[in-house]
Design a protein around this ligand. Structure first.
Ligand SMILES: Nc1nc2c(ncn2[C@@H]2O[C@H](COP(=O)(O)OP(=O)(O)OP(=O)(O)O)[C@@H](O)[C@H]2O)c(=O)[nH]1
Ligand SMILES: [Mg+2]
Length: 238
């Protein structure tokens, strides 16, 4: 028997309390992942609703045991920390991340991978380029997101630097000390990684189809602190 081919992409999906919809998400994602020869790692932050167990059962039911697994984290919860933990030790040349609540269409993944294969260092699924958008968010959330994106653009050259859906060439961050705070891993990768070419692929972000939003004032505070640190490090030449 020949050894299985190494994965082309490691896709990390951070999860917190997604038991209700994670099976629908995996049903949409796994065929796409298989087509891309991707490995999928769900990194769950000890969700109390049984997300990890539901996801494991779904992976088995969907016949995805050879390409997807669930890791349950220890230690303090954190979205960016979960993503870094999921990427750690990857041998695939490409790393990716997306949300588990179907806000990010799995069908867009091949396009992001193609962009990196065609020469981009990072391919971001972007809400804020022509053809992109947001569906189902109240005005308040749209305004906060837009304002945060504009602020993010003061440190990185991308229209949606807070997108949680992107693919990056592994070499871009290999050996780079990433210190993300809170949620915005893309901002950190773009600001500190060896990024020269960014591809921005439009998509329409759909509000979560189930579960309660975890967005709140804490997310805003974390973001502003993260941004301040990136500016300070830049001034100090780090
Ligand atoms: N591991 C881990 N995953 C998280 C954490 N917070 C959120 N997530 C997951 O990260 C992804 C993005 O979080 P969301 O809560 O959907 O963020 P959002 O889309 O900005 O906001 P809402 O959908 O309105 O809640 C989802 O798959 C969540 O389940 C966390 O602290 N740890
Ligand atoms: Mg969401």
């Amino acid at each position: 028997m020949t050894a299985p081919a190494p994965p082309a992409l490691r896709l990390v999906v951070p999860t917190l309390r997604e038991a209700h919809g994670v099976e629908a998400f995996l049903a949409a994602l796994l065929p796409v992942a298989r087509g891309l020869a991707a490995e999928v790692v769900l990194v769950d932050d000890r969700s109390e609703d049984g997300t990890a167990e539901v996801a494991r059962a779904a992976i088995t039911r969907l016949g995805g045991g050879d390409l997807a697994r669930v890791v349950v984290r220890a230690g303090p919860r954190g979205l960016s920390a979960s993503v870094l933990e999921g990427w750690a030790g990857a041998t695939a040349p490409l790393l990716g991340v997306m949300d588990a609540d179907l806000s990010h269409p799995p069908g867009l993944l091949p396009r992001l991978v193609d962009e990196v294969r065609a020469g981009a260092d990072v391919a971001i699924a972007s809400r804020y380029v022509p053809g992109g958008g947001v569906e189902g968010w109240p005005l308040r959330r749209r305004v906060v997101s837009r304002a945060a994106s504009l602020l993010g653009r003061t440190v990185v050259d991308a229209r949606d630097p807070l997108s949680g859906f992107f693919v990056v060439r592994r070499e871009v961050i290999d050996g780079v000390a990433l210190r993300p705070r809170g949620w915005k891993i893309a901002l950190e990768v773009l600001a500190r990684g060896r990024v020269e070419r960014v591809a921005q692929v439009p998509f329409v972000f759909r509000d979560r189809a189930w579960g309660r939003s975890k967005f709140g004032p804490r997310a805003v505070v974390d973001f502003l602190a993260h941004l301040a640190r990136l500016h300070a490090d830049r001034l100090r030449g780090r």
